[in-house]
Design a binder for this molecule. Structure first.
Ligand SMILES: Nc1nc2c(ncn2[C@@H]2O[C@H](COP(=O)(O)OP(=O)(O)OP(=O)(O)O)[C@@H](O)[C@H]2O)c(=O)[nH]1
Length: 188
């Protein structure tokens, strides 16, 4: 494998409908917030991310919202190095969906864990909060992932999401438990 391909990383953003996945990605890649709601089918964005002095060329896949009946699209697992799993702090149902989606990925990949950051989005809606910070942290601790709360509207902690995800990916690669670059996920 060339050193260039070693620095290419693919990140998939998953979660319930309308939790702000697209807003998070668009705020990060294009630096603006979209007030209107346009349901996503699928979009891929490219962005260079610098982590500890190393520049990574990242594809960020913004996916359609999932529900408990959605079947994990193989395109969102094969060749994907890390996951951003998003819920809205103002929606308990979307928080519960994170665990469901996480388990679907684990089952698909056949790995004990995946590089992942769990994101509590829309933290500006604090007065409508249905999920506490502690619940978010506890879920992340239970699956060994990173966790952060964000507001795409206020551009709060948005870049950190993707840096944390890249950090989780690199940690897994060093530990030899990362999903493979292509083909089905496996333990390296
Ligand atoms: N208050 C607030 N609203 C937000 C935030 N992020 C997104 N929204 C709003 O939430 C709605 C849905 O946002 P999207 O980014 O389209 O959500 P999505 O998860 O990509 O939706 P799907 O494509 O259906 O999966 C839009 O009206 C956004 O303006 C946020 O941080 N705070």
């Amino acid at each position: 494998m060339s050193s260039d391909s070693l620095k290419k990383r693919k990140i998939a953003v998953l979660g319930s409908r309308s939790v702000g996945k697209s807003s998070l990605v668009v705020q990060y890649t294009d630096n603006h917030f979209v007030e209107a709601y346009y349901p996503t089918i699928e979009n891929t964005f490219t962005k260079g991310i610098n982590l500890k002095g190393i520049e990574y060329d990242c594809d960020i896949i913004d996916t359609a919202g999932q529900d408990e009946y959605s079947i994990l699209n193989h395109k969102h697992a094969i060749g994907v190095h890390g996951y951003v799993l998003v819920y809205s702090v103002a929606s308990r149902a979307s928080f519960e969906m994170v665990r469901i989606v996480y388990d679907k990925i684990i089952n698909f990949c056949g790995l004990p864990a995946i590089p992942c950051v769990i994101v509590g989005q829309k933290r500006d809606l604090n007065r409508y909060r249905q999920v506490s910070e502690k619940e978010g942290q506890d879920l992340a601790a239970s699956v060994g992932s990173a966790w952060i709360e964000t507001s795409a509207r206020n551009n709060e902690n948005v870049a950190q999401v993707f840096e944390l995800c890249l950090n989780e990916i690199e940690k897994a690669r060093r530990g030899g438990t990362a999903p493979s670059d292509n083909g089905k996920c496996f333990i390296m």
